[in-house]
Design a protein around this ligand. Structure first.
Ligand SMILES: *[C@@H]1O[C@H](CO)[C@@H](O)[C@H](O)[C@H]1NC(C)=O
Ligand SMILES: *[C@@H]1O[C@H](CO)[C@@H](O)[C@H](O)[C@H]1NC(C)=O
Ligand SMILES: *[C@@H]1O[C@H](CO)[C@@H](O)[C@H](O)[C@H]1NC(C)=O
Ligand SMILES: *[C@@H]1O[C@H](CO)[C@@H](O)[C@H](O)[C@H]1NC(C)=O
Ligand SMILES: *[C@@H]1O[C@H](CO)[C@@H](O)[C@H](O)[C@H]1NC(C)=O
Length: 791
């Protein structure tokens, strides 16, 4: 594919949505015939790298995409049914059931448009017929052994239905005559607003805005046999909330103490400080809440909420807060009572963009709810801990055996004294916030080019113990796979980005992710479609034990001959794993590490012009690795270490020759040394083109046809970019131009001097920007993440 001119390059080079298109300036340097769009260059927080070639992508079996049958899925909800081996997907006017147990997903479809007349009414009320006036399925829960509960927006007229799925998930067959119920309070009106729901004992708990105009936010309980319940309309309870998640978590073995927890963000009613205009909350109610008898009739009588804090202490004592809750993942333990609660946050600051994952323990959450209530005399007073007498039963406690007293039984919240309900209503907020484990995030990511939206955590059994692997869905169609290592003795955990999976080729936000540990698969949803992605692909880490170890992917280990999925109960004798110790030499002692592994390393040929600068690239996989350069000058067999001086500089990115001599020609080996393990990273044959030969190629006058130069094939454009960056950082813009002119053999000398001069600052800016991006906060290692794109 050939592209004409430079302007076309930028859409390929800069990811959409990146407002600072970095490359117009560099485009000036590139000859018109250069066509880097295939494979496309992708900008990530870890620098520049390339996705595998198209052939590689088709070869990987890593993910399967489902876009529905109607051209546009409009994905909204997903229910992973491991029991029936089905994946249920809710989209725009459609519900699908996919098989999980076969290569052929055999999708079954139920077409479910809005009720007759609703589309027209939606349109008449001023909504967009193209995007709003459809039935987006937003609720999908297993209802009983034969039916799912599904609710849709119904063109701003929410509706629910029990969908027959049989014992094997065969939707559609008995469905046509299904009765449709009103969905108000059970499903949002709008297709995309924040929403959370959970089904507990046949009753649906939802957090949503329940009216057409979006003015009535609340937490609702409906269906089942009891009368519906909701929050009072009161800003102290919920103030412009954005619901993120809802879960039932039992307190103990007594089902009467079961509680429904909601996670959301809301506006601060009267901000004490201007710092936090939005805060994240955990809220809970008793599942057996029945409302009050005279007070709080059909309203929650056990409502309590507390702030969730996720912050990083700053050097100046000022914490950086991550106030905006994006997603919550519950890592359930065997007993079910104490799941670990992983929460993904982002900053609300416009100055500083970042995301963090904090983990909360149920014990800490319960302690806050058992602690003091927040109280203030009037809106003009400060918040403080309520120190007066708290009525009995303590507000927020569920009626159960433990609340019963010899002379007074509380079998339902309707038996609670009015005093208790009045207190509850006046004190919805707890005084103390909930802090994360270790009072700091497990993971902090700053200056990412994308925002992180979704979180799934897998606790992986590796040979050296358990590791938490995070899958983080971005708003740019990709998923980051990150392992967090708690080093013994280290204060801050270390995180390693193992892979970046570009699941969707367009930068669409990931809106839902579900993991199937049983199948070792992640289901990733965006409005476009749903992808099924393998959690690991160990064989991509290379064919040597050390490569497998250095990858530090806890899913993988060396089985004696290949990098494969680690099986905790496996029969393999050679289980070697480097996640925690990261010492491949030690881990792979019984393997052959003495020789260098050159088999997988391609020899590159680089042409440099005498007396001019040139650059040999070699970026070690980790910043801890030390790099050594060796040169072999044919016909000598011997390799000598390259002597650096002010002419030959060793930089972090490679070897820079400021002025190339003829005797510099030779084969250069870049070796890295990490934890005693030596690896050859690059082998480059450097050819030096003599001054005389160059003089012919770029004749000063007109006349003679120049003899052809030995013409290098444009290889990976990355090398060019790096070279250019290096030359730019030497602030010699003439060199940059010369370099570019010379490199593109066959192209005429470039006459862009004035343009280049103008762009001097822009070029310098590119450099700075890149350095900024390369900075690794919080000990992140700089392995270039691997990429995989859906096939
Ligand atoms: C893809 O996966 C299927 C089933 O797991 C397997 O049979 C097939 O060989 C794989 N293809 C490639 C190219 O790996
Ligand atoms: C499941 O619920 C639906 C809807 O209420 C009902 O029609 C069906 O009989 C129930 N099935 C079972 C097995 O209880
Ligand atoms: C070990 O590596 C050396 C050097 O590459 C090689 O010659 C030798 O055959 C290897 N031995 C084994 C057992 O693989
Ligand atoms: C290039 O360097 C050589 C010595 O390596 C010198 O003889 C020659 O004059 C130089 N040519 C130019 C154009 O500077
Ligand atoms: C670099 O190469 C250009 C073009 O061949 C030449 O004109 C220039 O003199 C060279 N620079 C040095 C420092 O020799």
């Amino acid at each position: 594919m050939a592209l004409d001119g430079c302007l076309l390059l930028c859409p390929c080079l800069a990811p959409a949505g990146d407002s600072t298109c970095l490359l117009p300036t560099l485009c000036l340097l590139l000859p018109p015939s250069w066509a880097p769009c295939e494979p496309s260059l992708e900008l990530t927080a870890w620098g520049w790298h390339f996705p595998p070639s198209l052939a590689d992508l088709l070869g990987t079996n890593r993910s399967i995409l489902f876009f529905g049958h109607r051209g546009f899925l409009g994905f909204r909800s997903l229910y992973l049914d491991e029991y029936r081996d089905r994946l249920f997907i809710g989209g725009k006017d459609v519900l699908y059931s996919l098989r999980l147990d076969r290569a052929n997903a055999d999708p079954k479809e139920i077409y479910w448009p809005p009720l007759p007349g609703q589309t027209e009414e939606c349109f008449r009320k001023g909504k967009d017929p193209g995007t709003d006036c459809a039935n987006y399925i937003r609720v999908l829960h297993p209802y009983n052994r034969t039916h799912l509960l599904a609710c849709g927006t119904g063109a701003f007229h929410p509706v629910c239905a029990f969908v027959y799925v049989g014992h094997r998930g065969e939707v559609g067959q008995h469905h046509r005559g299904v009765s449709v119920e009103p969905g108000r309070g059970r499903c949002p009106h709008e297709p995309s607003g924040a929403f959370a729901s959970t089904l507990i004992g046949g009753e649906l708990y939802t957090g949503l805005t329940a009216d057409f105009l979006g003015h009535d936010p609340g937490i609702f309980r409906s269906m089942g046999t009891r009368s519906a319940l909701r929050t009072e309309v009161d800003q102290r309870l919920l103030n412009d909330p954005k619901f993120v998640a809802a879960h039932m978590i039992p307190d103990n073995d007594d089902g009467d103490n079961d509680k429904a927890y909601f996670f959301f963000t809301e506006k601060v009613v009267e901000a004490d400080s201007k710092e936090h205009t939005i805060v994240s909350r955990v809220m809970r109610v008793c599942v057996n809440d029945a409302g009050g008898q005279r007070v709080l009739v059909n309203k929650w009588s056990t409502f309590n909420k507390a702030r969730l804090v996720c912050s990083v202490p700053g050097p100046d004592g000022i914490d950086t807060y991550f106030d905006e809750l994006e997603d919550v993942f519950l890592l359930r333990m065997k007993d079910g009572k104490s799941p670990e609660i992983y929460a993904l946050f982002s900053t609300t600051s416009h100055v500083f963009q970042g995301s963090a994952v904090c983990v909360y323990r149920m014990a800490d959450i319960r302690e806050v709810f058992n602690g003091p209530f927040a109280h203030r005399e009037s809106p003009h007073h400060q918040w403080g801990a309520y120190e007066g007498r708290v009525p009995y039963p303590r507000p927020g406690v569920c009626p159960s055996k433990t609340t019963n007293q010899p002379r007074r039984q509380y079998s339902t919240t309707k038996d609670f004294p009015d005093e208790v309900l009045h207190f509850t209503r006046a004190h919805p907020l707890m005084y103390k916030p909930v802090y994360p484990r270790h009072r700091r995030p497990l993971l902090v990511k700053t200056d990412l080019p994308h925002r992180l939206r979704q979180l799934v955590v897998d606790r992986v059994e590796a040979e050296d113990g358990q590791h938490d692997v995070f899958f983080l869905g971005t708003d740019a169609g990709s998923v980051l796979k990150v392992v967090v290592l708690q080093q013994t003795g280290a204060y801050t955990p270390e995180d390693i980005v193992l892979e970046e999976l570009q699941v969707f080729k367009v930068p669409v936000p990931i809106t839902q992710m579900e993991i199937s540990v049983k199948r070792q698969v992640l289901y990733v949803g965006s409005s476009l479609g749903v992808a099924q992605v393998q959690l690991h692909q160990c064989e991509t880490y290379g064919t040597a034990c050390a490569e497998c170890c250095l990858a530090r992917d806890p899913y993988c280990s060396w089985d004696g001959s290949a990098c494969t999925r680690y099986q905790p109960s496996g029969k393999h004798r050679y289980r070697r794993h480097g996640t925690r110790h990261n010492n491949p030499a030690h881990q792979c002692l019984d393997q052959n590490l003495t020789g260098e592994r050159l088999g997988s390393i391609e020899e590159k040929v680089l042409y440099g012009a005498e007396n001019n600068s040139t650059f040999l690239e070699c970026v070690p996989r980790s910043p801890q690795a030390s790099v050594q350069w060796f040169v072999q000058r044919p016909p000598d067999e011997q390799r000598d270490e390259v002597k650096t001086d002010d002419r030959i500089l060793q930089t972090e990115q490679g070897l820079l020759f400021r002025r190339l001599h003829r005797h510099d020609a030779g084969i250069y080996y870049c070796k890295t040394l990490e934890h005693g393990f030596t690896q050859t990273m690059a082998k480059t044959a450097l050819e030096v083109i003599a001054s005389e030969q160059l003089a012919h190629t770029f004749p000063r006058g007109r006349g003679d046809e120049p003899p052809p130069l030995p013409c290098p094939k444009p290889q990976a454009p990355k090398a060019w970019f790096k070279d250019i960056m290096h030359l730019i950082s030497s602030h010699n813009l003439r060199r940059v131009e010369e370099y570019c002119t010379r490199f593109w053999c066959g192209s005429r000398p470039y006459h862009r001097k004035s343009k280049l001069g103008q762009d001097k600052h822009a070029l310098a800016g590119v450099d700075t920007g890149k350095k900024g991006r390369m900075a690794k906060p919080h000990g992140e290692r700089s392995r270039v993440p691997r990429q995989a794109v859906a096939t």
